[in-house]
Design a protein around this ligand. Sequence first.
Ligand code: AMP
Ligand code: TRP
Length: 340
Amino acid sequence: MAPQFTPRVFSGIQPSGGLTLGNYLGALKRFVEMQDSGMETIYCLVDLHAITDKWQEPERLRQQTREAAAAFMAAGIDPVRSILFNQSQVSAHAELAWIFNCVARLGWMNRMTQFKDKAGKNAENASLGLYAYPSLMAADILSYHATHVPVGEDQKQHLELTRDIAAKFNHDYGIEFFPMTEPVIEGVATRVMSLRDGTKKMSKSDPSDQSRINLSDDADTIAQKIRKARTDAEPLPEAMEGLKDRPEARNLVTIYAALAGTTPEAVLAEFAGQGFGSFKPRLADLAAATVGPITAEMTRLMADPAEIDRILGRGADRADAIARPILQKTYDIVGMIRSR
Ligand code: AMP
Ligand code: TRP
């Protein structure tokens, strides 16, 4: 009989820049809800992933990792109820990733759309780490035998690969050792789009700061970015159907709904017939009301970076206590001598 895996939540965010409203609505908000529901939750700042794409200035990377930790806590992650740590402090991730590099097939990796997007036209010049990124991500998750992984829509393919790796490992070694992890892609804003281009996702790595709302933006900056956000001249329609070919308009309505804790349909019921001249200021107020308290708390926490480092250290100790025995067992299954 297949073993039962106790429910355990794991997720990660790259500290490769400041967090955006997309990260908040697509991921962080869910992280907090899952923690508050009483599940065992493990959240990780994936600093090893952050260096796969481009060179990061070392001191800046360290600072961004602290800032991301502060954003997590400001958004409601409690480092006592959840385990909060940075990936590189728990070496099991990198070690298990190596085993998974030998399980995953080149053909699987070649299908990863995020690699293709990030590598762009010059794939020959992409790092080997960027190519192996999804294998490290599978190791992040499976180091804890995590059963549930809250993420935004863009991570769906990576989670399917995680299941493929787990299934092939279990099959190759004839043991039900790794669980089939479930993606949790929920909420109305699982894919928040750029404010400049409604067909591109809002991203911390977009060269234009106008394309995103950062969790560190103040109310004036948020209002200015929303005022300048690309839209069209049409009024808002009565139903979502009317937003089919209006990606920018649909994006703003979706963001509004997610912030207000309602549905896009309900937002349209309220604003149908009105233009963006009246909708945008309301959206700006709502965004500032959500982001403002998070920013203020982040600033407070960032005043004591040493305390953040201590919190991450304690989180890493707790994470290590779970991951280490799973890694040892994996080495044992694979046939590595463990005599020290
Ligand atoms: P990343 O910033 O790429 O490390 O993403 C961290 C988490 O935020 C992942 O779960 C992503 O799916 C989610 N995420 C990132 N950008 C967005 C977005 N624009 N809309 C919704 N979720 C997002
Ligand atoms: N790849 C994820 C992203 O960019 C970040 C990530 C790394 C992650 N490891 C993870 C997410 C494990 C969930 C679980 O969004």
